[in-house]
Design a protein around this ligand. Sequence first.
Ligand code: NAD
Length: 359
Amino acid sequence: MKNFMYEAQATRVIFGAGVRKEVHAELKKIGVKRALVISSPGQKELAMKISRLLGDLCADIHANAVQHVPMETVEKSVELVRELNIDSLVPVGGGSSIGLAKAIALNTSLPIVAIPTTYAGSEMTPIWGITENGLKKTGKDFVVKPKSVIYDPELTVKLPARVSVTSGLNAMAHCVEGLYAENTNPIISLLAEEGIRTLHSSLPSILVDQNDIEARSKALYGCWLAGTVLGSVGIAIHHKLCHVLGGSYNLPHAETHSVILPYALWYNAAYAPDAVQAIARSLGTDKDAVAETLFDLSTSLGAPTSLAEIGMKETDLDQAAELATKNAYYNPRPIDQKTIRRLLDYAFIGKRPIGCFSF
Ligand code: NAD
C-alpha cells in the first residue's frame, strides 16, 4: 500500500426528504440572526420558500446569482451584505448560488449554510471562483467552505431531467478524477467508487420519472460523495479541459463535463490501473471498457456527447489545446499539446472511445 495523507474536513451534513425545515434550527446552532438567502433569478421562488422557513432569521433574499460569479456581482453583493448588516449566507440552488455565497464569504468571512439542489458538488469544497475581464480565477480557502449543508431531495424534483443528468455526470467526473488524483487516498477512493455507483444507478431512474424521490435521494447522496472527493484531493486533465472550455469559450458547465469525461478517462486509462479497476466495479463493466461504458451511459441518458453539439467551434480547438496544456495540472499520463489536440478532435465529433487511446 502506498503512503498517504488524509485530512478530514468538518461540515455538518443534514440529509433526507423534508430536512429543509431544519434550516432555522441550523442557523440558531451557529448563533446567527440576519441571514441573506441567495439564489439565481430562476430559483427565486425556492429562495422565498427557504426565507419563510427561516422566519425572523431571514434579513433579505438576494436572487442575483449567475454562472461563473462575475466580479461586479460579487462587489454589489458585498456592499448589500454590509448595508443590511448580514451575519450569515444561505445559498439555495446550484453551483452558481453557492459560488456567489463563497465569493461573499471570501470578502467578509461570513458563515454559509448551503442548500444545494443540483449535483455540482461545490457545497463540499473550499474552492472559490470569480470571473473578471473574461478570466475565471479560482482559489482554495476554508473560510468559504459551508459550515452546514442541507441536502433535501424534495427540493430537486423540479430540476429538469436533462439538467439532472448532465449535473450528475459532472459529479461523476469529480469521482473519476479523485480516483487517479496525485494525492488520492484509500478513504477518498471508497467515497469516489460509491459515488460513481450511486450516480450510475440513479440517473436512469430520474430520466424515467423526475419525481422518483428514492432516485433523487441516491443522486444527491452521490453528489455529496463527489463534492467531498473534489474538495479533498487534486484534479487532472478532465477538470483542466473543462475549465478551459467553459472559461474561454463559454461552454455550459455541466454539459462540458458530460462530453469530456469519457475522453479524459480514455486518455488516462492505461496509466491509472487501480482507478480503472474501481471505476469498472462501480459501473459493472469490464476494465477495458470503462470509457466506452461512460460514453454509452451519456448516450442512453440523452446527454450531449460531442463538443460540436454544445457550441464549440472547430476553429478554436488549436487554441484550446494550447491553453489546456499551459500550466497543466498533475495528470497520470503525461500531457502534450499534440495528443490533447487529438483528444479534442475526438471529443468534438463525439467519436465512441473504444480500445486504447492512440494518437
Ligand atoms: P447552476 O447553479 O447555474 O444551475 C444549473 C441550472 O439549474 C440553472 O438553470 C438553475 O436555475 C437550475 N436549477 C437549480 N436548482 C434548481 C431546482 N431546484 N429546480 C429547477 N431548476 C434548478 O449550475 P451548476 O451546474 O449547479 O453549477 C455550475 C457552477 O458551479 C459553475 O460556475 C462551476 O464553476 C461551479 N462549481 C464550483 C465548484 C467548486 O468547488 N467551487 C464545484 C462544482 C461547480
